[in-house]
Design a protein around this ligand. Structure first.
Ligand code: B12
Ligand code: SF4
Length: 461
């Protein structure tokens, strides 16, 4: 199993069949791979969130077959058909029962994955936000048996790794035996990342799962809705079972934007209070923000950098609104003629603009997003978030905040913001320079933050 962002593609593989899974933003690259493997005589199958909605397009781009929706119930038959030369082009998956799903083959993952143990306990989400394709991809809300989830979390499936000596020999040399290797190993064993759409939606289920997780002594993260902060029992169980980070889709500070996004369950006036409740358990708050809703202006977008800091977010994820097929947003923009149809799939990577925004031009939205990015990951905000974390967060959560803020801060300092897919370069207007950071007086603010932290620490001693 190869993830292209982690390992090079082995074009000379002896595999008979290549299975491609990709998001919309990576469709051009997936089609290039399909062409390359087709040229080498392989059978190419596509599936996942893009292929599910663009079946004919995949078939027109060198894919022999497409799985639409969930694959568990179809995969064995599909392989059988392929082996016997009877492959159908379109395979329609139904929402799968989550009973008896086997433990994932973690041993197939490259050791370069910093988090190896990714897991799903549930599928689906009871909400229906206008920009999100989850309700279309994973309809309903389904849960796996708690015992199965615990089995997967507890599995140390290293046996098979040892048996695959030649391959692992090669891979091990990628990170070697340095102290970094030992820390990475510890982290890989310790961390569990739930890739659920909304893990905490069914309270009785999640509480049962968390109680069962306590003896495993893992550190775990997930995404959830903010109203969990109103359930102290749940928060206590999250702490006891080792939660170090929770991702909230906060999306916006503008009420109109939240309404058009059908995200009425997010209440701006309670953001700070709810984050505070999570922090009292030492858990880090990661949060997603989206630029480009109807209620947004360039000024309101850039202002999010300060506002997200004020409400206490530890790690922000900053995206541009993207109209993915399968969402109400896509249907509305299609109907209103707002989709910029000349823009290819590379504009759907979450950081580019593929539609005509209401209150600004597409370029203004891009520049506003990059200005937001530069400000949110400026030294001032990075230091402030890490310093605050040092006072509030439990160890694993602090490591998470340090690693993520360090990663984004270092990128921002080097001018490494997301590319404008029109020019394949960082938009020139927003390339940060040390001078511009100084001009904004951020250095002085940085010193101010450091002094405040020092005096706070002294007063605590
Ligand atoms: C976990 C997750 C992440 C993780 C991991 C991402 C990764 N690289 O794998 C993180 C947090 C990093 C992430 C980031 C992003 N994500 Co995300 N993410 C998800 C989430 C919640 C679950 C995906 C998942 O793993 N599910 C579990 C597996 C088992 O399900 P599955 O992938 O759907 O696969 C099943 C079927 O689709 C099918 N299948 C899938 N592939 C294939 C291939 C073949 C050959 C076959 C036969 C079958 C098959 O079989 C599987 C079993 O049934 C989905 C929501 C969702 N419900 O899909 C969004 C989702 C996939 N993410 C989305 C987006 C947009 C992003 C970002 C671009 C956001 C951003 N602005 O940065 C980034 C991209 C990061 C990157 N470079 O990869 C969109 C994609 C929409 C689209 N059309 O492209 C989704 C659908 C959410 C949404 N907004 O609608 N994401
Ligand atoms: S709450 Fe999250 S997962 Fe659920 S529909 Fe909204 S954005 Fe999608």
């Amino acid at each position: 199993m190869i993830h292209q962002q982690v390992e090079p593609i082995p074009y000379d593989t002896d595999a008979d069949l290549i299975a491609l899974s990709f998001f919309s933003g990576f469709a051009p690259e997936a089609y290039r791979l399909a062409r390359e493997f087709k040229r080498r005589g392989k059978i190419v199958i596509a599936g996942g969130p893009h292929a599910t909605f663009w079946v004919d397009e995949c078939l027109a781009h060198d894919c022999d077959a497409v799985i639409i929706g969930e694959a568990e119930a179809l995969w064995a038959q599909l392989l059988d058909d392929a082996e016997h030369g009877a492959l159908q082009k379109k395979h329609f998956g139904q929402p799968t029962s989550l009973e008896n799903i086997p433990t994932p083959r973690y041993d197939l993952l490259s050791p370069r994955f910093f988090v190896r143990r990714v897991i799903q306990a549930t599928r689906g989400c009871p909400f229906a936000c206008s920009f999100c394709s989850v309700p279309a991809i994973n309809p309903g809300y389904r849960t796996r048996p708690v015992a199965d989830v615990i089995r997967d979390i507890a599995t140390e499936n290293t046996e098979r790794i040892k048996n695959r000596k030649s391959e692992i020999g090669n891979r091990k040399s990628e990170i070697g035996n340095s102290p970094v290797f030992s820390v990475a190993k510890f982290w890989q064993r310790k961390i569990v990342w739930f890739w659920d759409d909304n893990l905490t939606a069914r309270r009785s289920y999640i509480k049962e799962l968390l109680r069962a997780m306590i003896p495993l002594k893992k550190w775990w993260l997930t995404q959830a809705s903010m109203e969990i902060a109103q359930d102290p029992e749940l928060l206590d169980l999250m702490k006891a079972s080792g939660c170090i980070g929770v991702f909230f889709g906060i999306e916006s500070f503008e009420k109109e934007s939240l309404q058009t996004a059908n995200k009425r369950h997010n209440r701006v006036e309670y953001y700070r209070e709810r984050i505070e409740k999570v922090h009292t358990r030492g858990i880090a708050v990661m949060a997603g923000f989206i630029a480009g809703f109807d209620g947004d202006t360039p000024e309101s977008i850039v202002a999010m950098a300060d506002r997200l800091s004020e409400i206490g977010v530890d790690v922000p994820f900053l995206s541009v609104l993207t109209p993915y097929k399968g969402t109400a947003l896509y249907d509305k923009m299609e109907e209103e003629g707002k989709l910029l149809k000349e823009r290819g799939w590379q504009f759907y990577n979450g950081y580019n603009v593929a539609f005509q925004p209401r209150q600004m031009s597409a370029d203004e939205l891009l520049f506003a997003h990059r200005a937001l990015w530069r400000r949110a990951f400026s030294p001032m905000h990075i230091v402030r978030r890490i310093a605050r974390g040092a006072l509030r967060l439990r160890l694993g959560a602090l490591v998470l905040s340090l690693a993520m803020n360090g990663f984004y801060g270092w990128k921002a300092l080097r001018g490494n913001a997301p590319l404008d897919m029109g020019t394949r370069a960082v938009p020139v207007k927003v390339k940060p320079t040390i001078q511009s950071l100084a001009r904004e007086n951020q250095f002085m603010q940085l010193v101010g933050t450091a002094l405040r932290v020092a005096s706070f620490r002294q007063s605590k001693l």
